[in-house]
Write a protein that binds this ligand. Structure first.
Ligand SMILES: [Zn+2]
Length: 378
């Protein structure tokens, strides 16, 4: 009797234990799956925030199939995530912009294709894209924005200038980015970030108090007038190497001018206005803040023996050799339309050997070079 009862008890206790065991195995299985999936997503570059969202939305196999993808990561991190746009997120090239997912959603809504959204995101910063996303779908998207240095913010100006001038799209982008659709000296860009490559021209102005931080004086015997002339230390050094090389060929290079302050430029303008009149000043003298001499990167070169530089052997030598020392003729005769300055045979800008060589080989101006390769104010 007792024996039998014991046996029954044992039998009925076995069932819940099996169930418990199965549950534990399942839980362990889930745990193992969960942690291994998470670590795999982690190794693909997904953030913890994105991973928990991916797990909640049961999208791990989709994401693992997509592999490393920063736009998907941003989508799963974002509260703007829209499941209908998942395939688009996967295809759109990532940009580090805070509202990227919101803007992608808006642009897709407006009817842009994923490749067009990628292009739009790459042609501006977060604010530019946000502004652009507010407009109706535009007509000439690929034409202008396939040019690498095009800017979203300039879209309307591209369209207007294209209609006016009938150039090809690339030329339109270049010229508008160079502010060719604006009057000289009108509504200039005020330069607030300065480095040795900063472009100063009739559309880009330095503030009155801008002074280069590493000015160095030329030696007295390097200056034709005998007065004190300064330039950035790198420019003085490069000039010396160039003058040395020229002297080995029996030529004597000197400087007439280097750094000029905003106030110096005001004074020069007054002097030339009195002496030569407004027309001369408009063509040859930069307004204060618009002179490249204020950057400290420019020098006016002279020959020790010939007063009209363009007639000197030093000038011919400079035309052939200046680029080897990082100097470019800043306002050439053939580029007056682009620089906005009449040719100045004596005015050289230091840009370093690499850029000077490129500019010489491609026969372009520094304005064009800067807009195409250095203009990061997007
Ligand atoms: Zn000059």
């Amino acid at each position: 009797m007792v024996k039998k009862k014991k046996l029954r008890l044992k039998r009925s206790a076995r069932k819940p234990m099996i169930i418990m065991g199965v549950i534990i195995v399942i839980l362990i299985g889930i745990f193992v799956f969960y942690t291994s999936t998470k670590s795999e997503l982690k190794s693909l570059g997904y953030s913890n925030k994105a991973i928990s969202s991916i797990m909640q939305k049961f999208k791990w196999s989709y994401v693992m199939d997509a592999g490393e993808n920063q736009t998907l990561n941003a989508a799963f991190e974002s509260s703007e995530y829209d499941p209908d746009n998942l395939d688009s997120y996967r295809k759109i090239a990532y940009q580090d912009q805070k509202d990227i997912i919101k803007n992608i959603n808006t642009l897709l809504d407006k009817g842009y294709k994923t490749s067009e959204v990628s292009l739009i995101l790459s042609r501006g910063n977060n604010d530019d894209v946000t502004e652009f996303a507010k407009r109706d779908k535009v007509q000439y998207l690929d034409e202008f924005f396939s040019v690498e240095y095009s800017k979203l913010a300039n879209y309307d100006r591209y369209v207007a200038y294209q209609e006016l001038e009938n150039n090809d799209a690339e030329t339109t982008v270049l010229l508008v980015n160079m502010d060719f659709d604006k009057e000289e000296y009108v509504d200039p860009l005020i330069i607030d970030k300065f480095d040795e490559y900063t472009l100063v021209n009739k559309h880009r102005q330095l503030s009155a108090d801008y002074v280069p931080d590493d000015l160095q004086a030329f030696d007295e015997d390097e200056v034709k007038t005998g007065e004190e002339v300064e330039a950035e230390a790198s420019v003085v050094k490069a000039f010396r190497q160039m003058a040395q090389a020229a002297s080995e060929e029996g030529l004597s290079l000197m400087v007439n001018s280097g750094y000029r302050s905003y106030q110096d430029q005001e004074e020069i303008m007054r002097i030339y206005l009195d002496a030569y009149g407004q027309n001369y000043v408009d063509n040859y003298i930069a307004k204060p803040g618009f002179s490249e001499h204020q950057t400290g990167m420019s020098i006016d070169v002279a020959s020790a023996t010939v007063n009209t530089f363009v007639e000197s052997d030093e000038y011919s030598w400079m035309m052939d050799n200046a680029y080897r020392y990082g100097f470019i003729l800043r306002y050439p005769k053939s580029k007056e339309d682009i620089t906005g300055y009449k040719c100045e045979a004596w005015h050289y800008r230091y840009v370093g050997v690499e850029i000077a060589t490129y500019i010489k080989e491609h026969n372009i101006t520094y304005d064009e070079y800067y807009i195409q390769f250095l203009d990061n104010e997007r």
